[in-house]
Design a protein around this ligand. Sequence first.
Ligand code: ADP
Ligand code: ZN
Length: 738
Amino acid sequence: MNASIARVLVDVSLNREFDYWIPEPLRAQIVLGSAVRVSFGSRETTGFVVGLAAVSERTALKPVLAVLHDQPVLSPALLELARWISDYYCAPIERVIRSMLPGAVRRSGSAFRCRRIAVSKRSGLSAAEWAALRRRAPRQAQALEIIEAGAGIEVGVLSREYGIPASVVHALAKGGFIRVEEERGARLPFRNRTFVPTEPAVLMPQQAEALALIRKSLADLEPPVALLHGVTGSGKTEVYLQAIAHVLSEGKGAIVLVPEISLTPQTVERFVGRFGETVAVLHSGLSEGERHDEWHRIREGKARIVVGARSAVFAPVSPLGLIVVDEEHEPTYKQEDAPRYHARDVAVMRGRLERCSVVLGTATPSFESFRNCEIGKYGRVWMPARVDHRRMPLMRVVDMGHERLPDGKPAILSRELLDLMGRRLERGEQTILFLNRRGYAASLVCLVCGHVESCPDCSLAFTYHRVGERLRCHICGANRAVPPACPSCGDPAFHYAGLGTQRLERLVAKRFPEARIRRMDADTTSRRHAHWEILGDFKTGKTDILIGTQMIAKGLDFPNVTLIGIVFADQGLHAPDFRAGERTFQLLVQVAGRAGRGELAGDVVVQTFKPFHPVVQSAVQLDYEAFYRREQESRRELGYPPFGRMVCVTFRGPSEEQVFEIAERVALRWREQAPPGAVLTGPMPAALSRVKGLFRYQLLLRGSSSRGLTGPLRLVLRAERIPSKVAVVVDVDPVSLL
Ligand code: ADP
Ligand code: ZN
């Protein structure tokens, strides 16, 4: 087609397209998905060609100024996916496209430059010169040592991974100690690490069965989606690797989604170890330049396998043979701002559009996926045994309601757990203590009356901070002193008060002064490569006891860990969410799966105040089906997912009356237009009813299809003319209702 008009989506926040005229010399270069430079208002901006036409309804069109990149940045399939996401999740399409493309790719056509340290003169310095530098400028000396060890290291890596600021590098260069050179070309985020090459394993029967199902799916898309439902250690990752080898042999590429890549370095290692440089890695910890380079390596076909977090589902792999979603049940696959997409569901949609297979892997399937297997939409393979028939860990339940310290106060660590920890230390084996910080863990909970100290502005439990004995709201930052006794019943023993990982660490250190203890949570891993370091020390046996949050619940594989303590198993059950049971079950099973990964058998101690709760019981028996059968009954009755669909609409604004009134008007009008069978609840105050002084009200829509709910909703929101002081957020298939 020799189109003269380009329909351009401009990279500013407007949910519409504009026509531009294509000057003759550019016509051959512009196709659907091309990135172009156009003028918009008084400035120039980037846009994407989302349509081509011979004529326009508008006159006096501005011209396209230039084409960026020599190929389109979005394939027709990805454009179609963008339209689907925009429609299904009620998000403006330019927001969708923004999520799909790394910023550096969107903004610039030219390759980024990389600054590499070419020459270092550390070894040329005399001992006296070196000593002088160390005295005069210790940071420079330290930097020089690192530079010397990693020849050709990049300036960006120095600052990101070693915390060495550009000013120090600059000073070194000025002093003639180093020379920095600009280099074009790909920065490989994993260049500075070495990986152990791995060979394909001879598969166990259950793995062979799983691979056969995937091979069948790859051949004829029957089934289009395969669920590998396998306990931790059943060999799912090895199956992915072999399926991908097959995909590569057919000249296609693959995408592997993992929940949060920085927490699962071992998974990345295994892919790089097997496939080498054809693996690209995409995650939030990369610099803009690295993302840009990885994206181009993928687009040019130099990297055929992409391992990445949520947004890697949009990686420009072409042709695409397979998408793997590991730990498919993880809530982190849902993006919590617009577009509020679920990467697993987008993967399934992309699979449909590009006619490629999708594999979901997990030990605890989401109800949505398990249900799809039940009704025959997805194929499923059940992998109940660990590779090499290692035993599943023994789960011991301890009723904390009966645990008391000698002085009669409630205990945080039970005698049984302490006893087992002591024996691990004697034997030189390792222990993981798990304490979820989400939920109420780090808050003040009175063990006598159950009172939870909450922020009055945000209706969220306060988090306890040891420094200065403060309570802090993590939403609005409110900050106050810890009350001396429970404000509700007056009991002075706030025992779970402030039970966060920090406090737990101190407690354990006091009890086992000889033990080497490390803590892994958001606070200790904020520095760039801190988690590699903590996990590295643990792996090499430099740490006896690792204390951590949900961060350590995933993907880690340590053969010498023989004891896991779940400090407060039922805390998640208190969350105001219909999935609280499902989440708690998943978490308990995941954590349990960390024990006994090697030759040694493992113990798991589950400390709980509700030892007979069905969720705790089925988790302890690692019985997914029993849990699913029981839990699904109430979901079915109430029309909750997976038996019905949900859309959550949140209204937010400074005036409570106004917010409520708008929500109510929308509710009224929606009810008039609602499809039969659809239900609306609300307006009701959101679980977080007030955030940063803004009031939040919610409507919850339920029905048999999402579109049946969002269709009328869209009309209502348009008709209601929402005042600018009230923000409306539409969340389709919400995973949490805060
Ligand atoms: P999952 O992904 O289900 O947790 P993995 O694929 O990580 O399981 O397998 C667990 C461990 O067993 C890994 O160390 C892996 O290298 C090893 N393994 C997997 N499959 C085999 C096999 N067929 N033979 C021998 N070892 C295997
Ligand atoms: Zn607050």
